[in-house]
Write a protein that binds this ligand. Structure first.
Ligand code: AP5
Ligand code: ZN
Length: 215
């Protein structure tokens, strides 16, 4: 299964991608996670990306496209992958088509997880992430058993630097300005699948599995 997950920040792309990764046994590739890891490890990529993530702006396409090209060429993507947070511009969508073409791969679907802006703000404001294993929680919607501690590995939970009110607002603006058009890109090519992201976590996952079964 070769998938792209689309949707505004906080739509639940990362949450559902983690479940799909388990379900289909295919890698979950998040460009946001790749950038955050590079920033944490203070690599050259991290130095390039940091200013953009801090401001909620997009890392330039030429940097991002190159990373995805390299990642998709790895052998574990042969039987499938879930791209989360890429493509985010029409230029990235075109680059992805070229990358897939070169690898002789075909995309099965671009899944658009739809969520309204108020819900996005609620979800991102309450999001907590495990510093050790990356598991995602929400203080109200998906709380850990013990406050601040990961259920899965006992790691400490933290709040992302870009989950602040001003940066959330900027990320939403960037989404409408640059990323919303990517939905039309896939719609025009007949590969768009729409999912109502305003259901519970389990309902969204059930809906995804049901719709993907038919592909
Ligand atoms: P990225 O990491 O991709 O962030 P994003 O797109 O803003 O998406 P999020 O990770 O915030 O949200 P999500 O949809 O994964 O939601 P989640 O599952 O966590 O990108 C960050 C930055 O990196 C960008 O701003 C940019 O600078 C850079 N970048 C990344 N990719 C790039 C690219 N391609 N080009 C250029 N720059 C790029 O869920 C959110 C919360 O809601 C969680 O707390 C979760 O528990 C909760 N939740 C999830 N589902 C539900 C539900 N159904 N009901 C209730 N709560 C729910
Ligand atoms: Zn953990």
């Amino acid at each position: 299964m070769k998938l792209v997950l689309l949707g505004p920040p906080g739509a639940g792309k990362g949450t559902q991608a983690a479940r799909l990764e388990n379900y289909y046994s295919i890698p979950h590739i998040s460009t946001g996670d790749i950038f955050r890891k590079a920033i944490k490890n203070e690599t050259e990529l991290g130095q390039k990306a940091k200013q953009y993530l801090d401001q909620g702006k997009l890392v330039p396409d030429e940097v991002t496209n190159g990373i995805v090209k390299e990642r998709l060429a790895q052998s574990d993507c042969k039987d499938g992958f879930i791209l989360d947070g890429f493509p985010r511009t029409v230029n990235q969508a075109e680059a992805l088509s070229q990358i897939l073409n070169d690898l002789d791969y075909e995309l099965d679907a671009a899944v658009n997880i739809k969520v309204n802006d108020d819900e996005v703000v609620k979800r991102l404001s309450g999001r907590r992430i495990c510093d050790d294993c990356g598991a995602t929680y929400h203080v109200d919607f998906n709380p850990p058993q013990e406050e601040g501690v990961c259920d899965q590995c006992g790691g400490e939970l933290y709040q992302r630097d870009d989950d602040t009110p001003d940066t959330i607002k900027e990320r939403l603006e960037v989404y409408y300005d640059k990323t919303a058009a990517v939905v039309d890109y896939y719609k025009d090519r007949g590969s768009l699948l729409k999912i109502d992201g305003e259901q519970s976590l389990d309902e969204v996952f059930a809906d995804l599995k049901e719709n993907l079964k038919e592909i």
